[in-house]
Design a binder for this molecule. Structure first.
Ligand code: SAM
Length: 281
């Protein structure tokens, strides 16, 4: 079926299938015809590549991925969309739809089973209610994937792609940078969706590092990051002492050893400084 980003086509298909949008599942479908081809291109969909998509909707991005990549496996939670996708993607022989909650799928096995020998990328217009859990699940499992290209809420993109040392940094920024190099690709206005959400969106790409960005024990590194951002306006000394349940004296010793000023705030620290604190511990 042609023109899946055409609002008239989407309305007609949905009406025929008696489909209504679920707000709880973050269902805002793309109706801007320029967005999906651009996402597919910049997301690395090309011959020799297999793509995992999360949330097909009516298949508008799926179709663009299918035109460019060798294979597309799309995980969609809403069973009401399955008959719709059967129809809209009937000509896309290289697409497989898996009816499941992405948070419950064993992605490592899925990649082994479906994409043997292919380079694998993730490309998705994410349901915004679980953006961070999905990204962290993809990153923390250290899956054999090359990149993750996703549409997220504009404010989430600012945090995910913030540069260490700037005000936008949060624990999630450091986590993302530990596993990948984030990059803002382009902005998408709220009018590009049906129904139109209350926020604008941004497409970002995370290029996965072959090994973590800094040299530190992963568990300790993330314990430090969580403690450091647990109380936003407090000094790193106070955050470490409270967050790690250690005395102020011990926290001061660790910071001295790591050569980090005790009065610094978490958002001012570099990736290396977080690693130095983890190693000093
Ligand atoms: N890709 C389509 C597009 O761009 O128009 C739809 C994107 S819409 C923002 C998000 C999609 O994710 C919906 O189809 C929704 O049903 C699906 N979804 C929501 N939660 C999910 C989950 N936990 N696992 C898999 N799919 C999910």
């Amino acid at each position: 079926m042609e023109n899946l980003s055409n609002i008239g086509v989407i309305r007609e298909v949905m009406q025929r299938h008696g489909f209504t949008f679920s707000k709880a599942l973050g269902q805002n479908f793309l109706i801007n015809p320029t967005v999906c081809p651009r996402m597919a291109e910049l997301g690395g969909a090309k011959p020799g590549v297999g793509v995992i998509e999360i949330g097909a909707g009516v298949g508008v991005l799926t179709k663009e991925l299918s035109k460019r990549a060798d294979k597309v496996v799309c995980i969609e939670i809403d069973d009401r969309l399955l008959p719709v996708l059967d129809e809209t993607l009937s000509e896309c022989a290289n697409v497989e739809i898996i009816h499941a909650d992405v948070m419950k799928v064993d992605l490592r096995s899925l990649i082994e089973e479906k994409f043997r020998g292919m380079e694998v990328v993730v490309c998705a217009n994410l349901p915004y209610y679980i953006t961070s859990p999905i990204l962290m699940a993809l990153l923390e499992q250290r899956l054999p994937i090359r990149s993750i290209t996703v549409m997220v809420q504009k404010e989430a993109a600012q945090r995910l792609c913030a540069k260490p040392g700037t005000r936008e940094v949060g624990a999630v920024t450091i986590a993302v940078r530990y596993y990948s190099e984030p990059k803002v690709l382009f902005q998408v206005s709220r009018g590009s969706f049906l129904p139109s959400p209350d926020v604008d969106s941004t497409v970002i790409r995370l290029d996965i590092h072959e090994k973590p960005a800094v040299d530190a024990d992963c568990k300790t590194f993330f314990k430090v990051v969580r403690a450091a951002f647990s109380m936003r306006r407090k000094t790193i000394l106070n955050c470490l002492s409270t967050g790690l349940s250690i005395s102020k004296e011990r926290a001061a010793q660790v910071l001295e050893h790591a050569e980090v000023p005790p009065t610094a705030r978490a958002e001012q620290l570099s990736m290396e400084q977080f690693a130095q604190i983890a190693n000093a511990l």
